[in-house]
Design a protein around this ligand. Sequence first.
Ligand code: CU
Length: 480
Amino acid sequence: MAALVLAAGTATLGAGPVSASGAPATAPLGDPSVEGSWTSPFTPAGPASRVIGVHTVLLYNGKVLTFGNLTPTVGYVYDPVTGTATETDPPADVECGGMTALEDGRILVVGGRGLKNTGINNITLFDPATLTWTAQPTASSRGRYYPTVTRLPDGEVLISGGNTTTGANNTDVDVYTPPPAGSNVGTIRNVGQHLGGLYPRQWVLPNGTVLEETSRKSAILDPATWTWTTLPAPITRHKSGFSAYLLPGPPSGSTVAAMVGGGDGTGTTAGAESMDAAVSPVSWNRLPSLPQSRAHMSPVILPDGSLLGVGGNSLGNFQQPQYSALQLVPGSSSWTTLASQVDRRGYHSSAVLLPDGTVFSAGDTGAGGGGIADEIFSPPYLFQGARPTVTAAPSQADHGASFTITTPDVNSRAVLMSPGAATHTTDFSGRHVELAVTDRSDTGMTVAVPSDTVALTGYYMLFLVSSTGVPSVASWIHIG
Ligand SMILES: [Cu+2]
């Protein structure tokens, strides 16, 4: 089994072989089983001609909500199966806001863009079933530009960080409670103060606390008391624009998060490192550096546990763009340079995993960038042999229960992938959950559903992954 297991205090990313010269092994150019393959840029007919995909959210129905533009923010829902798109414009200028799925699959979008790095005071709820946006109450009149929204184990949503309507740091920590049954409107309350900065990267940990990484410092929030504990600074100065991942872990959940690359107009870094929040005292451990300094790379976790990076740049926002995707395979000591996409995704771009194992890439608002065109990447694993198949799996399973997956590929791993909610180097819900297999038979396997802190209540893509890392097409399942 090729599971990437990150025990406390160890990071097995980085334990693999290097070539005799010490350089990363390279492959013949153009071999898709090594480099993967990009589609040509495409623009869905109709509404897509106005939309720049700064924000992309995978919906529970397998469709993609993408929005952004210069002004105002416009959006559409794209169906990767039919190639068609339907316009669904947000009710406010929500570009540069934050978003996450609720437990029922509706998408909460918080904040957005005012003039000159100021925020707007707006919260809206998007319903994928009806393509409608419903205004939600806001906690204060302070506004949010570059906020983070993090779904908690109890279904509430933590809202923090970003700039106010005057461009100051918004230090309010707010909690949004989803609508009760039969309502479309939730409630919001303030639970304290914290300087999270712009798009603090946050993840719920197996013990129910929330780990936060920012360019300034990292911290852990205890939602039982709403108190924050500051953690040591990383080894490298990542500045803004670093890519963050909650690293895949064992079935008991991951406690290890990574900061990869980063930078701003004054310089970028290739440095990468991870921190295990379960170890005391917490310290940072180096991960393989990127092949080049890179900021604003869109982070995507793949079903095999690889870390994928899409786009970005080596200076500032749009200067020195990087077109090749990067992949850190579990156990490898170096990032692999994958195929290059055609369009620039230097900044204001997004990328999410799709249910068929490909990756949707969009955005870049600068002149000469990707603009309204999207691209789809097929990672190398899609050219590496037969894919496992899910013959049957349930559409719902409860925490702590187990369920059976019917498949001829009974020796596969089973993983849950949280549908992405991505923008600006951040995926507000990126999460790879390894399932413990408790039984295997001639016709399938039985897997255990982890706790609600490891697999937050909500929709997931259930993938089987072969012993060589080839994923199935996902089956959708609601956990909890
Ligand atoms: Cu922005």
